[in-house]
Design a protein around this ligand. Structure first.
Ligand code: NAI
Length: 297
């Protein structure tokens, strides 16, 4: 089969001044996409700002024969989101691919978590994705084409100690992705999410020796596939680390039904309620409703 390309496609990658975002940008740019390298250039915890990292990656791509422009706006405000999309439209005329990747960390155990640790994390990850996607979405709807890839995390999907703020934001992105998938379907807009693990400045102190096997470059192929025209799926989540790709999904057990349900029945049938035998993977609320109606009738 032929290699996958992105000729004529315009991609925005947020937080692409380093780490995972830089790798995603290098890959799609090497395959023909014109790219906007967005990055605020702050610290891991989101302090400060520097136009340098985005500029450097854009120069690197242009030096390799690709086409890239740098953008130093923050994803964390509606104005920033508008400005990032404007950079794409002013330079390249359209937006086909949006990879929401920008992120920060402010970890603390929950009992020590204060609003200054919560709000910036929600602002960058969750609201940031919202703020950049919305103006991009308007363009994607107009052109009846778009691919959105959101960066979630096993910290939210599975729950990781000390990351109540980050986990809430990252699981919020799963809900966001699934709603985008539902709303984008009739406009040929697909939205999927990844849960990566990779050695970057964000994780190098946490991963230990195994980090050397977790090159961020190995996460980019799934991102590029989800961003490709031929991508067959929408509303899904993929775990990606060190060259291994797997699908993560939300399942619903067959459950237990009683027309006069009591708390004692819940207690007495709790094993059945929890049993994974015959579980379904609903693609939307309609599948859950269909299961319910079958049991009610
Ligand atoms: P990184 O720190 O190298 O990259 C994040 C980038 O986002 C930085 O370059 C930073 O300047 C930029 N950024 C932060 N706030 C911004 C804002 N307001 N506007 C624009 N850019 C902003 O870290 P890494 O690991 O590459 O992270 C990329 C994404 O992957 C993040 O969303 C992170 O939460 C997620 N992730 C990473 C994992 C890993 O193992 N490295 C695990 C799970 C998720």
């Amino acid at each position: 089969m032929a290699d996958l390309g992105y000729d004529g496609k315009v991609a925005i990658i947020t937080g692409a001044g380093g780490g995972l975002g830089r790798e995603h940008a290098l890959l799609v740019a090497s395959r023909g996409a014109q790219v906007v390298i967005n990055d605020l250039g702050g610290s891991v915890s989101g302090e400060g700002g520097d136009a340098g990292p985005a500029q450097k990656v854009a120069e690197e791509i242009n030096g390799l024969g690709g086409v890239a422009v740098a953008d130093g706006n923050s994803v964390s405000t509606p104005e920033g989101g508008e400005a990032i999309v404007k950079t794409a439209v002013d330079n390249f005329g359209r937006v086909d691919i949006l990879i929401n990747n920008a992120g920060i960390l402010r970890d603390k155990t929950f009992h020590n978590m204060t609003p200054d640790l919560l709000n910036p994390v929600l602002d960058v990850h969750l609201k940031g994705a919202f703020y950049v996607t919305r103006p991009a979405w308007i363009k994607m709807r107009e052109q009846s084409y778009g691919r959105v890839v959101n960066t979630s995390s096993n910290s939210g999907i599975l729950g990781n100690f000390g990351q109540a703020n980050y986990g809430a934001a990252k699981m919020g992105l799963v809900g966001f992705t699934r709603v985008l998938a539902a709303e984008g379907a009739k406009y040929n807009i697909k939205a999927n999410a990844i849960a990566p693990v990779a050695k970057t400045r964000m994780t190098e102190d946490l991963l230990g020796a195994v980090g050397d096997k977790l090159d961020p470059k190995l996460v980019s192929p799934i991102v590029a596939w989800l961003a490709h025209e031929d991508c067959p799926v929408t509303g899904e989540i993929y775990s990606a680390a060190g060259g291994r790709i797997a699908r993560m999904f939300i399942g619903l057990t067959q459950g237990y039904y009683s027309p006069k349900l009591s708390v004692e029945e819940v207690r007495d049938h709790f094993d059945q309620i929890r049993s994974e035998e015959g579980y379904i993977v609903p693609s939307g609320p309609g599948d859950e409703l269909a299961l319910l109606l079958k049991q009610l009738s």
